[in-house]
Design a protein around this ligand. Sequence first.
Ligand SMILES: [Zn+2]
Length: 323
Amino acid sequence: MDPRKDTWKEADKLEWLSRQKFQRSYADQVLARIEKLKAVGGKLKIQSYGNLSLQGRTELVIDGATLSAEEYKNRYPLYYAEVGDITNGKPNIIVTGGTHGYEESGVYGALEFLEKHAIDYSENFNFIVFPCLSPFAYEVNQRWTHDAWDPNRSFDRSKPYVPEAQLVMDVLDEARKRAGKNFAAAVDLHETPDRDKTMMPPQYQRYGINLTADDILIPNGYYLISGVTNESPEMALKIIEEVRKVTPIAPDPEIHGDKNDKGVVISQGSDPTHQGLNQAYMRTIADNSFTTEIYPEIHPEPRGSSEAIAAQVATIHGMLLGC
Ligand SMILES: [Zn+2]
């Protein structure tokens, strides 16, 4: 999204904010699990990479409460996990969850991978995992930051006002230098829930692009967006093979104008409304990059939620099998 075409002013953002509510707790549901991971020690190291900040704002009024800039900063400390030693020559892998805070299976999938699998896989791989990179959006169960920016349109250096994306790039640019080679693969864990019918139109309308709920396709299953420059086409096939064991693959022949080849969509990366995608940045530092799109409502709750998390974890397994 081109910020120059943005029709939203501060008043529009404040109006949007006034309608948000804290719906879950970053401290209880994410940080508590990260604290436990700190205790694992050994090859698994939890690293701080800063805190979110209110940037220009002095306070945030939400849900009947007022958070000062200091309170906001303290509420959102940021952590990633580094598993293994990225300079030891093994393939280095990136996992990002919660780029969109409301797509919760990405957050829980990244955490579950760290808790149950990362140490075993560290025999053959090293990992950098960001479990929840947009924690304010996670708490209000929304797509955007407090300043109404989409982190998944902000992975380029022209948007310094979106720390959710910029701080991740700081960590990974430095890691790429330290490793002295590209990452072997990167995956960004997303969902396409039914809620996108109401979430997506306003995101486009504010940039003057007319889009209604009818224009939003919700594929009836999982699909994988594979980077157009990926070195290993087999990796995507391995991912689909693993994911198929836990959730159905989207049968739609075409998804957002691109061919859906048995669950794999190759994004050409030329759509101007997709500028600043996490995956586009990952292509600059990783030989293979992926974005998952899981349909969390494919089965009614409670099955849907656990199935979506299983599909995120299966994606990482498949990616490693294809490495
Ligand atoms: Zn998403």
